[in-house]
Design a protein around this ligand. Structure first.
Ligand SMILES: [Zn+2]
Length: 598
């Protein structure tokens, strides 16, 4: 993930840009100069406070960081509102884009009424901490046996005992009901703020970030989903078949899969059930985790390998400050937030990652993901500060994952980690494990905001919060709860991004983009192997095209950035179908005469 950037960056550089003339236009100039300077200053302060807080957790650093964030958010809300004053003023295109970015950059718009604004802040903090402090207590008389989300995650990942899985699943979902009343009030108040900015509701405000009318954007998402849905259905059918072999009639032959049997509390990543669905004789023949351990590749060396991938494409090496200031391993003497993240502290060159690296294949991939953020940040650093962000929020998450798709057996041979690339007969296993992660996620990545957008628009009311949630999970994912769930529950609250109010569509987009980027870059690199065996390592031509897109930042609408890399302005999920073609063919054979769908 990337640490939430400040809602906009500012800039001395901007004041050098030509500005329009005329009284109203002059006001716009002054407004943008002030907005830029203020938000840059506040943003850097909140980055520094956030970095210290996450790498040195104390009551004091938490207070300092919360204080800095509050100042940034308040300024963001103020500028978003003031920007609407220039809706009908004629200004040059770059300024129009700046004003628009100011208006659509907010995740929540606070109402101008002071009492309502403070009520909204209080509710949001309460929802977040309800989740953060959420626990499942199987025996309330013994508080020290209560389970956190980490404990629940471990049980879901490793247990194969249905009663144990069901208890953990139902246990974690007890965190939801106390959030229900707060959530519906949050919806009312945040909608009020969005209306004041000229949006019909908060969901419409979120969708307006995508450089096209909100309805057109929704149709685009539907189109992408329809492209990949047939492949998802096959993966679902095969997983159901295998789970049925394991759990018997608890798993219906042609109905939805019980949501608690897929190895993950939200059934959003099925990697953990790989041992149950592994194709026969498809052992990849090597384990990257074992290689890293056997060769004793130290955490810092793992990062250097990641950096070398990017420099092989022609990107400049990371600055010395990256190595001096990043956090690479868990410190012995203090509490830190180990969840991986990438930072751009001064929005110039002070990029860093924060990880607690272990010698595992998973962390090896995560390093490539986080560095993707850092190389993106450096690529757009010469843009006016307002444009120093990704083309849309899906792009930032997709870059590092695109590079990670190039970590193929052939690549590992090239860099001396593997002696000999495995032959194609092993590919089904590699592709299956990747599909359980990337394909299984797609419907989940889509439905979170399908639910929220309808909640914000009023199409889903509090009286049907939970029913609508499960209708969508059935429609998209083909999963069902272990037992009927009525409106006494509030199951969306058991997913972090709902109480935390983080938009989710970006993750669906990133999942699509990374394959589209990978296919385009592989073609540019001249790869003639099957797509899943292509690595763009060492291709300066691919690097140049990647940089052409990254260096644009968000100075242009995202379709233009997409075109700079892929040659097309259209999002296209068919790269996923190309990538998984051998697995898809194999599934067709395995599923002959078997039920598909639910
Ligand atoms: Zn990320």
């Amino acid at each position: 993930m990337r640490r939430a950037a400040i809602f906009l960056a500012a800039a001395a550089a901007l004041s050098c840009a030509p500005r329009a003339s005329g009284p109203a236009a002059a006001d716009a100039n002054a407004f943008l100069d002030n907005a830029n300077a203020t938000t840059l200053r506040l943003g850097v302060e909140s980055n520094r406070a956030g970095w210290v807080q996450q790498t040195y957790i104390t009551d004091d650093t938490e207070t300092l960081s919360a204080h800095a964030n509050q100042a940034t958010n308040d300024a963001g809300a103020r500028f978003a509102k003031e920007a609407t004053r220039f809706d009908r003023v004629e200004v040059p295109p770059d300024q129009r884009r700046e004003l628009t970015l100011l208006k659509v950059g907010l995740v929540v718009a606070t109402p101008s009424d002071a009492k309502e604004s403070s009520e909204l802040s209080t509710i949001m903090a309460r929802l977040e901490s309800a989740y953060g402090k959420g626990k499942w207590c199987p025996d309330p008389s013994k508080p020290d046996t209560c389970k956190t989300i980490d404990d629940v995650t471990r049980i879901m990942a490793t247990s194969r005992k249905e009663p144990e899985l069901r208890a953990a699943w139902e246990g974690w979902h007890t965190v939801g009901p106390p959030m229900r009343a707060d959530y519906s009030r949050f919806v009312q108040l945040s909608n009020k703020g969005a209306k004041e900015l000229g949006f019909p509701d908060t969901g419409a405000m979120w969708r307006s970030k995508y450089d096209m009318p909100p309805d057109a954007f929704m149709r685009e998402l539907d189109r992408l989903w329809e492209q990949v849905r047939p492949l998802y259905l096959k993966l679902h059918a095969y997983a159901r078949l295998k789970l049925r072999e394991r759990y018997g009639d608890l798993v219906p032959a042609n109905g939805p899969i019980p949501a608690h049997l897929l190895g993950n509390i939200w059934a959003q990543d099925w990697s953990n059930i790989y041992p149950l669905v592994a194709p026969p004789n498809a052992d990849p023949g090597y384990s990257l985790t074992d290689i890293l351990k056997k060769k004793n590749v130290a955490p810092l060396d793992m990062v250097r390998i990641g950096e070398r991938f990017y420099t092989s494409l022609g990107f400049a090496a990371l600055p010395k400050t990256f190595w001096d200031r990043s956090l690479f391993v868990r410190p012995r003497d203090r509490d830190v937030v180990c969840h991986s993240s990438a930072w751009d502290i001064d929005l110039e060159s002070d990029v860093r990652i924060k990880m607690c690296i272990e010698q595992t294949a998973e962390d090896f991939t995560t390093i490539h993901h986080e560095l993707g953020h850092n190389f993106y940040q450096r690529a757009y650093k010469d843009q006016p500060a307002l444009f120093r962000d990704s083309a849309n929020d899906g792009f930032h998450e997709a870059i590092g994952d695109t590079i990670a798709l190039s970590v193929t057996p052939e690549y590992l041979v090239k860099i001396g980690l593997l002696d000999k690339a495995t032959d194609a007969s092993r590919d089904t296993g590699l592709l299956m494990s990747r599909a359980l992660d990337k394909i299984a996620f797609l419907p989940f990545g889509l439905l979170i905001d399908q639910w929220r957008w309808k909640v914000f628009s009023g199409e889903i009311t509090p009286a049907t919060y939970n029913k609508a949630w499960w209708d969508l999970r059935l429609k998209y994912q083909g999963v069902a709860p272990p037992a009927p769930r009525d409106e006494a529950f509030f199951d969306p609250g058991a997913k972090y991004h709902v109480p935390d109010n983080t938009p989710y569509t970006r993750y669906f987009l990133a999942d699509i983009y990374q394959f589209q980027f990978h296919r385009a870059l592989s073609q540019i690199a001249g790869c003639t192997l099957p797509l899943h065996r292509c690595s763009i390592y060492d291709s300066k031509a691919a690097g140049q095209r990647l940089n052409a897109m990254l260096s644009m930042g968000q100075s242009h609408p995202w379709p233009e950035a997409l075109e700079a890399l892929t040659g097309t302005k259209q999002m296209d999920a068919t790269a996923i179908l190309d990538y998984f073609a051998p697995l898809s063919k194999w599934l067709d054979e395995e599923l002959k005469g078997k039920p598909i769908g639910w």
